[in-house]
Design a protein around this ligand. Structure first.
Ligand code: NOJ
Length: 569
């Protein structure tokens, strides 16, 4: 059964749930999650009440970057299942009124993709120009340090160019050397991508989450970047939001999305996109994408790089999120997220994952879901899953962490210091298996999990959460229900209050004669918000993470308390 919808705007009241398939549920005991495992667990998502599942890549892949390196866009990796399993997943989701959003990774392919294999085979191969091939820097021999065509650093450490001895040229890879960048200047590349996307839509999927999609247009001439501490250049000004990006997205929209029976949901992952960029990307009149994932709020607790940690200051977080709310108030739309497969667990990062785990997880959920935009829940977030107690470097699996460790230690950094930032910020924190119950591998697998289960699964798990009506799970369920039933949550205006307050996050939402006040205490001590609350003390308490069902706001917030109040004029 296909979901057909004539309501072009259905996604504005929707909540999306992200599945990282490797770590969600394993049906065959090989220790790696798969599509059958996901299908078996769909009732969990239905109970939570989400509308859309975003599925991280399940395509055929050598798994150098856990599936973000794709060698066949139109087949499923045997680790995860088959095309028939995807068809069953689509049917099972649609039966439950949910939709499927696929990950679309087209800034790069795997180096094992037949396109790249051909491209690499000779300098005059018809697909040579499908990727970025360049000779060594003038006057230098290929393979020598510094002979790379530009000084750009890869996101996964080291130079963004790999030397190919056979042809004497370098190819560009902004991520790992097994992820060569496609050349979007070549119209054949764009047409091949469009055809592949139409094939998936014809198969019944409902949308695309577009991986680093604002990196696909590179500046002509590929200029060098400013040299950084690593000794390599920052190429980002030359490929983030590049010169032809809007043209490429508008063309994709025209060629793939327009004229279909149902509105296709699209979200662009866009590191380095400013609010002004986002207005252009998400203006419905321009027909590019519905919303973007910004990174600005993920940058508030680090200095130069994501590994240089600084403590969170709440005013900085409020300033960023408040600016995005205001910036997209009239034109465009926000996506809202704390967690995904690339970020450490928010409850460990912005909350208190010890004594106040449940409270701070429910507080974070409340704050996020009461903003204007489309909220994303990352698997396990609805259970209040925390960072993992990682040990030495041999306990990490992620290529980004492993490469960073090798590079930083190689440049003389203190290994303990490097490890401590990996433990706080490494992507493996998000990738430990979902904790379904308190059995030895948390009900994730009957085999040996590819990444160990967090030892706190005897307490933190889905079975326990579903049985406890005060759990993080039920709080998220209530938040999702609010968005579906109370129009001001999805559509109301947003006004930030107390921007400088170090512990209280406060804002209002309003639509017609209904107004909400959201108050959240980001601390482990009770506080009295410095706010004129006249007119709110007898308002209805719509949601309270401390005393569900409480009758009124007393003017005081308990540790990590989050309240949603409603009044009508
Ligand atoms: C962003 C994805 O979210 C991340 O997991 C991946 O490593 C890079 N893009 C490269 O595809």
């Amino acid at each position: 059964m296909a979901i057909t919808s004539t309501d072009e705007d259905w996604w504005r009241t929707a909540v999306v749930y992200q599945v990282y398939p490797r770590s969600f549920a394993d049906s065959d005991g090989d220790g790696i999650g798969d599509l059958r495992g996901l299908i078996d667990r769909l009732d969990h998502l239905a109970l939570l009440g989400v509308d859309v599942v975003w599925l991280s890549p399940v395509y055929r892949s050598p798994q150098d970057d856990n599936g973000y390196d794709i060698s066949d866009y139109q087949d499923i990796d045997p680790t995860f299942g088959t095309l028939a399993d995807i068809d069953d997943l689509v049917a099972a989701l649609h039966e439950r009124g949910m939709r499927l959003m696929m990950d679309l990774v087209v800034n790069h392919t795997s180096d094992e993709h037949p396109w790249f294999v051909e491209s690499r085979s000779s300098t005059d191969n018809p697909k040579r120009d499908w990727y970025w091939w360049r000779p060594p820097r003038e006057g230098m021999a290929g393979g020598m340090p510094g002979a790379e065509p530009t000084n750009w650093e890869s996101f996964f450490s080291g130079p963004a160019w790999e030397y190919d001895e056979a042809s004497g040229e370098y190819f560009l890879h902004l991520f790992s050397r097994k992820q060569p960048d496609l050349n979007w200047e070549n119209p054949e590349v764009r047409q091949a991508v469009h055809a592949m996307m139409r094939w998936w839509l014809d198969r019944g999927v409902d949308g695309f989450r577009m991986d680093v999609i604002n990196l696909i247009s590179k500046a002509p001439g590929l200029p060098d970047g400013v040299v950084q501490a690593s000794g390599l250049g920052d190429g980002t000004p030359h490929f983030m939001n590049g010169p032809r990006i809007h043209e490429f997205l508008a063309e994709m929209n025209r060629e793939v999305f327009q004229g279909r029976d149902s509105k296709v949901l699209t979200v662009g992952e866009m590191p380095g996109a400013t609010i002004d960029d986002a207005v252009l990307y998400t203006d419905p009149e321009r027909a590019e994408v519905d919303m973007v994932f910004t990174f600005e709020h993920m940058d508030v607790d680090h200095a130069q790089t994501k590994w240089d940690l600084v403590p969170l200051r709440l005013p900085a977080l409020k300033a960023v999120l408040g600016r995005w709310q205001a910036g997209l108030a009239d034109v465009g739309w926000n996506s809202l997220y704390w967690n995904n497969h690339d970020q450490a667990r928010a409850v460990s990062r912005f909350g208190d994952d010890g004594a106040w785990r449940v409270r701070s997880a429910t507080l974070l959920g409340t704050v996020l879901h009461l903003h204007r935009g489309t909220p994303y829940v990352y698997q396990g977030e609805e259970l209040g899953m925390t960072n993992h107690p990682f040990g030495g470097i041999d306990t990490f699996r992620d290529i980004e962490s492993l490469n960073h460790h090798a590079q930083a230690v190689g440049l003389g950094a203190d290994p303990e210091h490097v490890l401590s930032s990996l433990r706080s910020r490494g992507r493996d924190n998000a990738r430990t298996p979902v904790q379904w119950d308190d059995s030895p591998h948390a009900g994730f697998t009957t085999g040996e999990p590819w990444l160990p289960v967090n030892p706190n699964h005897d307490e933190v798990n889905a079975a326990a959460a579903i049985a406890d009506e005060h759990s993080v799970f039920h709080h998220y369920r209530r938040l999702i229900e609010l968005r579906h039933t109370v129009p001001v949550v999805a559509h109301g205006d947003f006004t930030m209050l107390l921007p400088d307050d170090e512990v209280v996050y406060a804002f209002t939402r309003s639509l017609d004669d209904v107004e909400l006040l959201v108050l959240a205490n980001f601390s482990g001590r009770a506080v009295q918000p410095d706010l004129d609350v006249t007119g709110w003390t007898d308002a209805e308490v719509l949601l309270d993470n401390v005393a569900p069902g409480s009758a009124a706001f007393t003017g005081r917030l308990e540790p990590w308390q989050a309240l949603v109040l409603r009044r009508s004029q």
